[in-house]
Design a protein around this ligand. Structure first.
Ligand code: NAI
Ligand code: MG
Length: 334
């Protein structure tokens, strides 16, 4: 049976790394079909919609979507809302999975194998913001619900149960944010009781930020709310080579799921052909896992590791390889 993958390159280096990842997917000898769709800031400027209906239909029709990156304006622009935030809301993609694993790159940490399970729909990203009439105070509501916490905790414990170390660390700031994080912690601990085979511990988010740098081998699965997960996952990526190698998945209860490198549109290097495609390629491997093609996913990961071991490195990793040279090297290893 042919699997259909929707490709949305988006803006900036998304246009460079998504075609690279698509070449890798095409080389696996799997029955895959691709549909390309538009989305992002450039798409908004062109047609007034950052996520046109045709794109939404392509996402609905596909078995999974591979997303590049979008550029977002810093301030408010009428009619524009970040496509990734829209997708997460629209399809209720409540779980953001961000794995970080050591890679054979000199000068990077070799003791990292963790998975951050980030709540993707609420917290400070729930979009409930306002200014007071005098314009001098801005209020952002941080929403934590028992229902959203319970389902993200279940994802974390279910995934931890399948890992070797079977450990979940609940990361919060319940000592200060007593209501919001108090509820988050309470619900996570309640879910933990359903998984006696998984070890559970908890840590305050600031201590977690420190321990990630000091001794990342302490962590297996981390479950946390939206903003904490966003920040900690970038920090974790920094241990193993940076944003250029970080991958992620956005999944929910339904059929729609999308996979994307953690990085953004990187306007400082866009169009130069030097972006690291590994984040996008490892995201494609996560997509394969999601579609049940675990063996192909492992092949892609092994090829990436082999190429890095060979010393093929893009500039962000201290080398000189271009996007195309890196991609070609990975294709040869496949
Ligand atoms: P960024 O991730 O685009 O870039 C941060 C730094 O990392 C830059 O110096 C960039 O050159 C470097 N970098 C990132 N990916 C790289 C790669 N694959 N290879 C080599 N170097 C790489 O984050 P920044 O600069 O904060 O944001 C730029 C734009 O991207 C903004 O408009 C932001 O809103 C958007 N953004 C979009 C995301 C998404 O689509 N999911 C995620 C993060 C940012
Ligand atoms: Mg981020």
């Amino acid at each position: 049976m042919t699997l259909t993958i929707c490709l949305i390159s988006g803006d900036g280096i998304g246009k460079e790394v998504i075609p690279a990842a698509a070449r890798v997917l095409s080389a696996l000898g799997l029955p895959l079909a691709f549909i390309e769709a538009d989305g992002g800031w450039e798409c908004f400027v062109k047609c007034g919609d950052a996520l046109p209906e045709a794109t939404l239909n392509a996402i609905r029709a596909a078995d999974a979507t591979l997303f590049g990156a979008t550029q977002s304006p810093m301030g408010k622009v009428d009619g524009y809302r970040s496509p990734v935030l829209t997708l997460r809301k629209l399809f209720d993609l409540y779980a953001n999975l961000r794995p970080t694993r050591s890679l054979p790159i000199e000068g990077t940490r070799q003791d990292v194998d963790l998975l951050i399970v980030r709540e993707n729909t609420e917290g400070l990203y729930s979009g409930r913001e306002r200014r007071t009439a005098d314009g001098q105070t801005a209020i952002t509501e941080r929403v934590i619900t028992a229902a959203a916490t319970e389902r993200i905790a279940r994802v974390a414990f279910r995934l931890a149960a399948r890992r070797e170390r079977r450990t979940v660390t609940i990361v919060h700031k319940a000592n200060v944010i007593k209501e919001g994080d108090g509820l988050f912690r309470e619900v996570c601990l309640r879910v933990a009781a359903e998984f006696p085979q998984v070890r559970v511990n908890e840590m305050l988010v600031d201590a977690c930020a420190m321990w990630l740098v000091r001794d990342p081998s302490r962590f297996d699965v981390i479950v946390t709310e939206n903003l904490f997960g966003d920040i900690l996952s970038d920090e974790a990526a920094g241990l193993v080579g940076g944003l250029g190698v970080a991958s992620s998945a956005n999944i929910g209860a339904g059929k729609v799921a999308y996979f994307e490198p953690v990085h953004g549109s990187a306007p400082d290097i866009a169009g130069q052909g030097i972006a690291n495609p590994i984040g996008a390629i490892l995201s494609a491997a996560m997509l394969l896992d999601h579609l049940g093609a675990a063996e192909a996913a492992r092949r892609v990961e092994s090829a990436v590791q082999a190429v890095l071991r060979d010393g093929v490195l893009t500039r962000d990793l201290g080398g000189t390889a271009s996007t195309t040279e890196m991609t070609n090297a990975i294709l040869r290893r496949l």
